[in-house]
Design a protein around this ligand. Structure first.
Ligand SMILES: NC(=O)c1ccc[n+]([C@@H]2O[C@H](COP(=O)([O-])OP(=O)(O)OC[C@H]3O[C@@H](n4cnc5c(N)ncnc54)[C@H](OP(=O)(O)O)[C@@H]3O)[C@@H](O)[C@H]2O)c1
Length: 251
């Protein structure tokens, strides 16, 4: 399969981002991959180029810490140019931490906002500038079901994802007339290293399954999607409406 489209993924060194890179490659895309851990990206690049039809594929990598908002535009801009233009930018880099309120966790809470909100907005900005210039393209934001439901010890994470989802909603409205679409993906619980003991959460799926569903949503150019689709498609309308007692039990 000769690649026809190019996708750039932030946070591609692990978890969902890494699985997305493998799934996009399987579907024949050229790739640009970024993260802080360049050694992991180098290994992933080697594996992707060694895979069937890998020699036909371009895989470019770049070290990028999205916390350094001023570096995001220039680093991604250089990557977009190296790839000769990009069709899809997946804003995936993100973190999670338990942050109790009034327990001295302000540094962790601020870090969450820096990476998941400031870093993500800087990435959307760089992507939008490039795609508007090309006259078309798609921005994909990896938000979270946590954007819809407040949870104890997750205040900063929920707030960060709610802010990012709202930013994406506004970007969708604004960029439509520039022929740039915006897809917001709300994952449920995906087995990655983002949180300890992820297997204890309900309806957990592997990063590989999540990536397959996500790339299908992206290729259909959907404005929104929950992953895994089932059961979250049915439960999603309830988010934000559960009685507080349900979530207080988690505290
Ligand atoms: N797993 C879930 O259940 C779940 C649920 C809902 C939403 N999400 C969202 O999905 C996204 C990916 O999460 P994941 O579960 O795949 O987590 P993960 O396995 O911990 O991977 C996170 C990725 O983000 C990168 N990253 C973190 N901080 C970064 C920074 N400052 N600059 C650049 N890259 C950074 C990491 O790369 P380096 O460390 O190499 O930089 C890594 O590649 C996040 O936005 C997360 O909030 C995950």
């Amino acid at each position: 399969m000769t690649p026809t489209k190019t996708a750039v993924i932030t946070g591609a060194s692990a978890g969902i981002g890494r699985a997305l890179a493998i799934e996009f490659a399987r579907r024949g895309y050229h790739l640009g991959l970024t993260a802080r851990r360049l050694d992991r990206l180098q290994t992933l690049r080697t594996d992707l180029l060694a895979a069937p039809n890998g020699a036909e594929r371009r895989v470019e990598i770049a070290a990028l810490d999205v916390d350094d908002a001023a570096a995001v535009g220039p680093t991604l801009g250089a990557l977009f140019n190296t790839l000769g233009g990009v069709d899809i930018v997946v804003v995936n880099a993100g973190i999670n931490r338990f942050t109790g309120i009034g327990k001295g966790h302000l540094p962790e809470s601020l870090q969450l906002i820096q990476t998941n909100v400031v870093g993500a907005i800087a990435t959307v900005e760089a992507a939008a500038e490039h795609l508007i210039g090309r006259g078309s393209g798609q921005i994909v934001g990896i938000s979270s079901l946590a954007s819809l439901q407040a949870m104890p010890k997750q205040a900063a994470y929920c707030a960060s994802k709610a802010a990012f989802s709202m930013y994406l909603d506004a970007a969708r409205l604004e960029l439509k007339r520039k022929n740039v679409s915006v897809t917001t993906i709300l994952p449920g619980f995906i087995q990655t290293d983002i949180m300890p003991r992820m297997e204890k959460f309900p309806f957990v799926v592997t990063a590989e399954q999540a990536a397959r569903e996500m790339v299908t949503l992206i290729e259909k150019n959907k404005p929104f999607g929950v992953v895994p689709a089932y059961p979250w498609k049915w439960l999603r309308p309830l988010f934000g409406h559960f009685p507080d007692s349900v979530w207080r039990k988690l505290a």
